[in-house]
Write a protein that binds this ligand. Sequence first.
Ligand code: SER
Length: 585
Amino acid sequence: MRAIDIRNKYLKFFESHGHKVIPSAPLIPENDPSVLFTTAGMQPLVPYLLGEKHPEGKRLTDFQKCVRTVDIDEVGDNRHLTYFEMLGNWSLGDYFKEESIRMSFEFLTKELGIPIEKLSVTVFAGDEDAPRDEESASIWKEVGMPEDHIYYFGKDDNWWIAGEEGPCGPDTEMFYDTGKEPCSKDCNPSCSCGKYVEIWNNVFMEYYKSKDGTYSKLKQQNVDTGLGLERMNMLLQGKETPYDTEIFAPIMEKLSKLAKKDDITSRRIVAEHLRSSMMIISDGGRPSNVDRGYVLRRLIRRMTRHLNKLEIDLNELFGLIDLNIDNLKEMYPDLAKNREIIKQVLIEEKDKFMKTLAHGEKEFEKAMARIKSQNSQKIDGQTVFRLYDTYGFPPEVTSDLAKEQGFEIDMEEFQKLYKEHQEKSRMGSEQKFKGGLADQSPETICYHTATHLLNAALKIVVNKDVHQKGSNITQERMRFDFSCDHKLTDEEKQKTEDLVNEWIREALPVTVEEMKKEDAIQSGAECMFIEKYPDIVTVYSIGNVSKELCGGPHVKNTSELGTFKIKKEEASSAGVRRIKAILEK
Ligand code: SER
């Protein structure tokens, strides 16, 4: 069995249990530049977990492309990946623990043929926020899980939430016993020695954690599950790492042939980061110095550095991209469609980085001159960090160059600064997740409706071909990116603002209906990426001025919005303008 076969089996299995297969959302969350990347299958479904009606029903299944970058520096070991695919099934207020556990058990033992002895499960031990999950434990026993394969753990292990605030709940996790010797007599699934590998996580999402840390019950009891495809594939094939499976093996072998100085860690980093960057670029990501663009930049730079380390000629990158696309295109047909742009972006960024490295060397020489004049033998951590952070100059390179001149670097201080920096960006990412779809405060809902009005107004005032390119909403303001080839004139801005305010004054009703995707398009509804929507879609209309495919939520009437004010209009990227606006109440 290959990864794609596991994926197909999974979707078919849940389809036969009444689930609708929905498409993977793009890696770059639609309508929401505030979220870095899609990090879990549940992320695009947050509004529905909170109670919005999903047009495809209450039982859903999909494979979701995910990127998690918290562990980017761990990539190269035998398990961490930045890009991975998550298989998931959801109950939106439909079945709960019993059916969920029974289906998971059946899929693992019957469809995948995993012997029960190889499986262990964990359930929530209970605390002051939620009771001990005896129910899940007894269902596991009923289906045939031996009692000594059922473990109870606290929130650290058996509670799932994305970030600090949002829908959450106790989970039951399934583990695969690799057959390795236990590391101690207390070795259990929560241990990281590698004997037990987590394979599936079923979250019983019935709580909402608020900013102040308190929990309340959601409108409905949901199930949210996630199964990491690469990991399952590796275990079923009896391989030690995902790099030994068909997903990575061809590129790993090619790198080994090309390398003049082989190093397995570097090969893994190149293989992993290349796949991850290709997937991000294919979904519209481009390198830049901020947020997700910066993550992509780091991935490409790290890959380039390790190609250098392997002493592989950088012109080989063309061939490596082709090989990777050909290997993965059955799983991700978009890669083949976007072959040229993937190449262009990767090669350009690689070239830019090579220039950066040259620049960094000059900066290094300047730093050396200063340090010599101070009669020091050591390059301080601040300098090493600045070379790294500002010039993308890796500390290993700084260290090598320093050694050549009989100097050393303060690696300890560098590590300290680096950790602080990492902590800040980790907090930033969590912040970004929170800022996303999970926030359904009255303010953000008003801004969401105002976004639709603005989109409609721009089409009338500026040009009917204006299309939304992105949107970012906080409780304080909205930001809207749209295709447009010129800076808006003062008159255009004023007219747009006036038109939106006129519609607000007219107290237009906001209505929602479900329809077939084709009918929605026929009826002229606005949408961003048509192929990414499921067959049945939700369409929001505002009076007869706006009609858009959208997951909601929205206000009931435009009179709730207050006064719309454009604060700024500026360039966002080539051919894309950005409006920042507020609603005054
Ligand atoms: N949301 C849970 C996870 O990411 C289950 O899908 O593990």
